[in-house]
Write a protein that binds this ligand. Structure first.
Ligand code: ZN
Length: 153
Protein backbone atom coordinates (compact mmCIF):
# COMPACT_ATOMS: atom_id res chain seq x y z
CA UNK A 1 0.00 0.00 0.00
CA UNK A 2 1.34 3.46 -0.78
CA UNK A 3 1.80 6.04 1.94
CA UNK A 4 -1.30 8.04 1.11
CA UNK A 5 -3.41 4.90 0.91
CA UNK A 6 -2.10 3.84 4.27
CA UNK A 7 -2.81 7.26 5.69
CA UNK A 8 -6.46 7.00 4.78
CA UNK A 9 -6.85 3.41 5.83
CA UNK A 10 -10.21 1.99 6.71
CA UNK A 11 -9.55 2.28 10.43
CA UNK A 12 -8.67 5.96 10.23
CA UNK A 13 -11.77 6.71 8.20
CA UNK A 14 -13.84 4.65 10.59
CA UNK A 15 -12.59 6.65 13.57
CA UNK A 16 -13.25 9.83 11.64
CA UNK A 17 -16.88 8.94 10.97
CA UNK A 18 -17.44 7.38 14.41
CA UNK A 19 -15.04 9.12 16.80
CA UNK A 20 -14.63 7.42 20.17
CA UNK A 21 -14.94 9.36 23.43
CA UNK A 22 -16.44 12.32 21.62
CA UNK A 23 -18.49 14.76 23.64
CA UNK A 24 -18.71 16.55 26.95
CA UNK A 25 -17.14 15.54 30.23
CA UNK A 26 -18.92 17.18 33.15
CA UNK A 27 -16.57 17.96 36.02
CA UNK A 28 -13.44 17.74 33.89
CA UNK A 29 -10.25 18.72 35.76
CA UNK A 30 -8.44 19.88 32.66
CA UNK A 31 -9.77 21.48 29.52
CA UNK A 32 -7.35 22.41 26.77
CA UNK A 33 -7.95 23.64 23.28
CA UNK A 34 -5.70 23.17 20.30
CA UNK A 35 -5.89 24.70 16.86
CA UNK A 36 -4.05 23.80 13.70
CA UNK A 37 -4.08 26.88 11.54
CA UNK A 38 -2.70 25.25 8.41
CA UNK A 39 -5.64 22.88 8.12
CA UNK A 40 -8.32 24.44 10.30
CA UNK A 41 -8.52 21.55 12.77
CA UNK A 42 -9.76 22.35 16.25
CA UNK A 43 -9.62 19.99 19.21
CA UNK A 44 -10.89 20.51 22.73
CA UNK A 45 -9.60 17.93 25.16
CA UNK A 46 -11.34 17.23 28.47
CA UNK A 47 -9.66 15.19 31.18
CA UNK A 48 -10.67 13.83 34.53
CA UNK A 49 -7.69 13.00 36.71
CA UNK A 50 -7.59 10.90 39.84
CA UNK A 51 -4.56 9.72 41.83
CA UNK A 52 -2.19 10.66 39.04
CA UNK A 53 -4.16 8.77 36.41
CA UNK A 54 -6.44 9.72 33.57
CA UNK A 55 -9.72 8.50 34.88
CA UNK A 56 -11.73 9.70 31.93
CA UNK A 57 -11.14 11.56 28.70
CA UNK A 58 -13.29 13.12 26.00
CA UNK A 59 -12.71 15.37 23.07
CA UNK A 60 -14.71 17.71 20.91
CA UNK A 61 -13.89 19.62 17.82
CA UNK A 62 -13.83 19.44 14.10
CA UNK A 63 -11.28 18.94 11.41
CA UNK A 64 -9.93 16.61 8.78
CA UNK A 65 -9.99 12.82 8.97
CA UNK A 66 -6.40 12.66 10.22
CA UNK A 67 -6.89 15.01 13.15
CA UNK A 68 -10.18 13.50 14.28
CA UNK A 69 -8.98 9.90 13.93
CA UNK A 70 -5.78 10.75 15.78
CA UNK A 71 -7.78 12.29 18.64
CA UNK A 72 -10.18 9.36 18.72
CA UNK A 73 -7.42 6.74 18.78
CA UNK A 74 -5.48 8.77 21.32
CA UNK A 75 -8.38 8.86 23.79
CA UNK A 76 -8.79 5.10 23.46
CA UNK A 77 -5.20 4.62 24.56
CA UNK A 78 -5.19 7.01 27.47
CA UNK A 79 -8.00 5.94 29.75
CA UNK A 80 -6.56 4.51 32.97
CA UNK A 81 -3.00 5.55 32.12
CA UNK A 82 -0.85 7.54 34.51
CA UNK A 83 -0.06 11.14 33.65
CA UNK A 84 3.57 10.15 33.18
CA UNK A 85 2.66 7.39 30.74
CA UNK A 86 0.40 9.76 28.82
CA UNK A 87 3.19 12.35 28.56
CA UNK A 88 5.59 9.67 27.33
CA UNK A 89 3.07 8.45 24.73
CA UNK A 90 2.60 11.98 23.45
CA UNK A 91 6.34 12.40 22.99
CA UNK A 92 6.67 8.99 21.41
CA UNK A 93 3.87 9.59 18.94
CA UNK A 94 5.18 13.02 17.96
CA UNK A 95 8.67 11.60 17.43
CA UNK A 96 7.22 8.74 15.40
CA UNK A 97 5.22 10.82 12.93
CA UNK A 98 8.04 13.31 12.48
CA UNK A 99 10.47 10.49 11.74
CA UNK A 100 12.66 10.95 14.84
CA UNK A 101 11.68 7.50 15.92
CA UNK A 102 11.34 4.42 13.76
CA UNK A 103 9.04 2.22 15.77
CA UNK A 104 6.07 2.72 17.98
CA UNK A 105 5.73 0.61 21.09
CA UNK A 106 3.06 -2.10 20.75
CA UNK A 107 1.01 -0.44 23.50
CA UNK A 108 0.06 2.26 21.02
CA UNK A 109 -1.24 -0.40 18.61
CA UNK A 110 -3.14 1.01 15.62
CA UNK A 111 -1.56 4.44 15.98
CA UNK A 112 1.20 2.95 13.87
CA UNK A 113 -1.16 3.67 10.95
CA UNK A 114 -0.02 7.27 11.10
CA UNK A 115 3.41 6.16 9.88
CA UNK A 116 2.73 7.60 6.43
CA UNK A 117 1.97 11.07 7.77
CA UNK A 118 5.63 12.06 7.89
CA UNK A 119 5.73 12.23 4.11
CA UNK A 120 3.05 14.88 4.12
CA UNK A 121 4.27 17.78 6.27
CA UNK A 122 0.85 19.46 6.18
CA UNK A 123 -0.71 16.33 7.64
CA UNK A 124 1.87 15.97 10.43
CA UNK A 125 0.31 18.93 12.24
CA UNK A 126 -3.12 17.33 11.88
CA UNK A 127 -1.94 14.05 13.41
CA UNK A 128 -0.02 15.65 16.27
CA UNK A 129 -2.60 18.33 17.19
CA UNK A 130 -4.47 16.17 19.75
CA UNK A 131 -1.16 15.07 21.27
CA UNK A 132 0.18 18.62 21.55
CA UNK A 133 -3.08 19.54 23.20
CA UNK A 134 -2.68 16.60 25.57
CA UNK A 135 0.85 17.68 26.52
CA UNK A 136 -0.45 21.17 27.30
CA UNK A 137 -3.34 19.79 29.33
CA UNK A 138 -0.94 17.74 31.43
CA UNK A 139 1.58 20.51 32.04
CA UNK A 140 2.51 21.16 35.64
CA UNK A 141 1.29 24.73 35.50
CA UNK A 142 -2.24 23.35 35.49
CA UNK A 143 -1.64 21.24 38.58
CA UNK A 144 -2.22 24.02 41.13
CA UNK A 145 -5.57 24.70 39.54
CA UNK A 146 -6.53 21.10 40.11
CA UNK A 147 -5.52 21.28 43.78
CA UNK A 148 -7.66 24.37 44.27
CA UNK A 149 -10.66 22.67 42.75
CA UNK A 150 -10.14 19.69 45.03
CA UNK A 151 -10.22 21.93 48.07
CA UNK A 152 -13.51 23.44 47.09
CA UNK A 153 -15.30 20.14 46.60
ZN1 ZN B 1 -6.09 18.49 9.38
Amino acid sequence: MDALGELYSELILEHYTHPRNYGDLPGADRVEEGYNQSCGDRVVLLLKLRDGRIEDIRFRGYGCAISIASASLMTEHLKGRTIQEARAFAQEFKDFVTGKREKLSPTLGPLVLFRGVGRFPMRVKCATLPWHTLSLALEEKNASQEEEEKEIT
